[in-house]
Ligand binder design. Sequence first.
Ligand code: 13P
Ligand code: SF4
Length: 308
Amino acid sequence: MEQRQAAIQSLSGRIRELRDRRKAVILAHFYQRPEVQDVADFVGDSLQLAQQAATTSAEVIVFCGVYFMAESAKILSPAKIVLLPEEEAGCPLADMATPEAVCLRKQELPGCIVITYVNSSAAVKAESDFCCTSSNALQVVMAQPQDRPVLFVPDRNLGDYISRRAGRRLELWDGYCHVHDRLTADDIKSAQTRHPEAPVVVHPECRPEVIGLADHVTSTGGMLKYVGASSASTFIIGTEQGMLHPLQRAFPDKSFYSAAPHMVCPNMKLTTLEKVRWALEDMAPQVEVSPRVHERARQALVRMLEIT
Ligand code: 13P
Ligand code: SF4
């Protein structure tokens, strides 16, 4: 254990040296491994990370997350080098929508507004009017005129939740996140039996019946705010387990329990400290976005940032 801690410290020190030499900033999502979050300059949810990427003065962005997040960073900061330490870190939810299929659906819904969750490819964003994240999806939907259909791509659970919150019908894509969609009402009930005093906080990518059992539904960043404002001392957390680390770090006197042992995103765990070091040493792998889709994808992201 001590040996592992010493190895983490030494590797983190080397990463910080390289980061300074490369004039880089290290951004990490809350689902990353604890030691990767700890070496990052900024840890956040998808929206906060996109905002950081759009405004950073660093010359290089090291993105510890999954591909669509690094791609969004490149779209928002095209002059910067964006490194994704593990280029195989994808998001199966993002892969559930293709630009061709979105175009076909648009033809079936004349005059529709397409709102696309950032968990999507640049090519799908390019076919969209607005992007959104789980923190601002309600705001983005509420900003749309009532007299036009809205197509919500690709997460059906988030879309269903937002449709009920906004009190308006949304045309839902049939995509889902396998990590959140696998959380069942029975998982929640059994966690409640173990921790009867704990409020249940879940991510809106969870199924409607799970959302129905929750005390609070919010993005990963929203979970930190909710816990900070709550007088409770124990919480059941219904999202990817990496989220327990920033919660425990911010609130060392409170206790956090994962809603189910299977809530692990294998793609988020592909990034290791070694890969962050190699990325900074080799200045690779770099994320590039095809010029064919870049400008239209950027517009959808910028419209989202303007609303938020
Ligand atoms: P957040 O926008 O809440 O950070 O969620 C990102 C994500 O990938 C959820 O699975
Ligand atoms: Fe994609 Fe789900 Fe992993 Fe988030 S948790 S990156 S939505 S697979």
